[in-house]
Design a protein around this ligand. Structure first.
Ligand code: GDP
Length: 325
């Protein structure tokens, strides 16, 4: 039986990836950074029906010795490093914490890999935010990075170190440069989930307006379920490499509002307001990923369209709000 260790297992991608690996017969271990009870943090695993099937181990990305001990004990065949301080806007308020977890945390994981489990295959969750103000209309693995936030800068370091450990030590380390991906399990602080939750609340009469930031930003949005499949595929290849994972299609935040509100029979313009609190010191205007390498080498294509994903998310938020008296 193959063994996998997932950091960030209680997040959106961790939960979908755990479900995928369990369905393939893996023994799945999840790194849990406990703050108090684990009930709430394991909520996403419960929603996908796999709470109890993932073996939770206590540890923290910023504690190298805990990682060395865990990797030595578990001896995983595959490691998926999904943990990060991943909320871009917060990274300006907490740049050092973001660097500690997202950049140094990755250095710790790679060191633990090198010291305690050098035969394991390693996946690093890289981010399209690294491209920032890109000079080309779409971005692939060769596009120059121009990070526009402390989060993106920390991810660039983590990305480069992952390449460096592959080239320096011959370790099997891959970066997946993941463009935005969402699902009903996405945190409420991220833009699409905020919109689908707002549309659901407003349609049920629980709110009247939804304050938003920059509606003109454009992003390439896919479904997390499709994206974790790409992570797994990367680690099944003969050779480690880096891959862009994206749909190749961009939608503006305004488009997302229009589609989500239309799903509940409303006009977004009557409810969405602009609130400077949600504007960023510097924003990324547009990202569009070119996933040609993933398509040709991994045979990966996204299966869920943007409209299907938004419908699934609005329906999940409607069900959640209806269940709350
Ligand atoms: P990111 O691409 O990882 O930063 O994902 P987000 O979901 O946090 O944000 C995507 C885009 O939506 C950014 O360009 C934001 O400026 C824009 N945006 C506009 N209004 C909002 C808002 O109210 N909340 C968030 N999170 N983003 C917003």
């Amino acid at each position: 039986m193959a063994r996998a260790l997932i950091t960030g297992v209680t997040g959106q991608d961790g939960a979908y990836l755990a479900a995928l690996l369990l369905s393939k017969g893996y023994e799945v271990h999840g790194l849990l950074h406990r703050h108090g009870g684990s009930e709430a943090v394991e909520d996403r695993l419960r929603r996908l029906g796999c709470k109890g099937d993932v073996q939770m181990v206590d540890g923290n990305l910023i504690d190298l010795s805990s990682l060395i001990r865990l990797l030595g004990k578990i001896q995983p065949d595959e490691i998926y490093n999904l943990a990060a301080q991943s909320f871009v806007r917060m990274s300006w308020d907490q740049p050092l914490l973001t660097t500690q977890v997202t950049a140094i945390g990755t250095a710790n994981m790679l060191e633990a890999l090198r010291i305690a489990a050098p035969g394991a295959r390693y996946f690093q969750a890289s981010s399209s935010e690294m491209f920032g103000r890109a000079e080309t209309p779409s971005q692939n693995e060769e596009t120059r990075f121009h990070p526009r936030s402390p989060y993106a800068s920390a991810k660039v370091f983590a990305h480069c170190l992952t390449v460096n450990y592959r080239e320096s030590f011959g370790l099997f380390t891959c970066n997946g440069i993941m463009f935005n991906h969402d699902s009903p399990l996405r945190g409420i602080e991220f833009v699409l989930r905020k919109i689908t939750d707002g549309a659901a609340r407003i349609s049920l009469g629980r709110a009247t307006e939804l304050p938003m930031g920059n509606l003109d930003a454009r992003r390439d949005f896919g479904h997390a379920r499709d994206y974790v499949r790409a992570m797994w595929l990367m680690l099944q290849q003969d050779k480690a490499d880096d891959y862009v994972i994206a749909t190749g299609r961009a939608a503006s935040i305004r488009d997302l509002c229009r589609i989500a509100f239309a799903h509940v029979g409303l006009d977004y313009e009557a409810h969405v307001t602009i609130d400077p609190r949600f504007m960023r010191p510097a924003d990324v205007e547009i990202t569009i990923g070119d996933a040609t390498r993933a398509r040709t080498r991994l045979g990966w294509v996204p299966e869920t369209s943007l409209e299907e994903m938004i419908a699934e998310m609005v329906e999940a938020d409607l069900a959640k709000w209806r269940a709350r008296a």
